[in-house]
Design a protein around this ligand. Structure first.
Ligand SMILES: Nc1nc2c(ncn2[C@@H]2O[C@H](COP(=O)(O)OP(=O)(O)OP(=O)(O)O)[C@@H](O)[C@H]2O)c(=O)[nH]1
Length: 191
């Protein structure tokens, strides 16, 4: 499945999450993404292997116009905000609106509140973010790329929401049919 991966401002830690997921490592000196970067990761989910093709798009405003190229063909999107920056949470809502208006109709949306290791500097409450995620039927997790908290879990949750129904079936006969499951109300705590 193709995964669109976006942050709302530069510096929310989106690249760090992808890096942690793909390489199981945390690099505090990651450079800002230019345009978009691509990587793959395979997740074992029950008896299936789900291969994620991940487009990590730049958070900087000047690259925003490129995003539709990446989310158009995507089965899921992770939108990352920084729990220590209220602004990033407000901008996240604009990304959600854009995906709803212009993205694929069944795209699974996951919201990740990153930097939960910095809870002393928290500006966005977990409850507010969870309530918002529930209201739009999105997956919600708080993550720390730095401390490897809930990174794999968000990809597993996406796998749960996108079960493969017909391998090789479908109208065109050349792909997988994807289905979205109703949202679950489980909360994953961070720190
Ligand atoms: N404390 C803490 N710092 C983090 C965490 N994740 C990322 N960072 C730091 O936040 C800064 C920005 O991380 P990036 O991954 O480059 O941010 P980004 O949102 O992907 O930025 P763009 O590539 O411009 O979209 C870096 O200095 C990271 O080390 C985290 O979970 N906790």
């Amino acid at each position: 499945m193709t995964l669109f991966y976006s942050s709302v401002d530069t510096g929310v830690g989106k690249s760090s999450i992808v890096w942690r997921f793909v390489e199981d490592n945390f690099d505090p000196n990651i450079n800002p993404t230019i345009g978009a970067s691509f990587m793959t990761k395979t997740v074992q989910y029950q008896n299936e292997l789900h291969k994620f093709l991940i487009w990590d798009t730049a958070g900087q405003e000047r690259f925003r116009a490129l995003a539709p190229m990446y989310y158009r063909g995507s089965a899921a999107a992770i939108i990352v905000y920084d729990i220590t920056k209220e602004d990033s949470f407000q901008t996240l809502k604009n990304w959600v609106k854009e995906l709803r208006q212009h993205g694929p109709p069944n795209i699974v949306v996951a919201i990740a509140g990153n930097k939960c290791d910095l809870s002393d500097a928290r500006e966005v409450s977990e409850k507010d973010a969870k309530d918002y995620a529930d209201s739009i039927h999105a997956i919600f997790v708080e993550t720390s790329a730095k401390n490897a908290i809930n990174i794999n879990e968000v990809f597993i949750e996406i796998s749960q929401r996108i079960p493969v129904l017909d391998a090789g079936g479908g109208a065109a006969g050349n792909g997988f049919k994807l289905r979205r499951r109703p949202s679950e109300t489980r909360t994953r705590t961070c720190c």
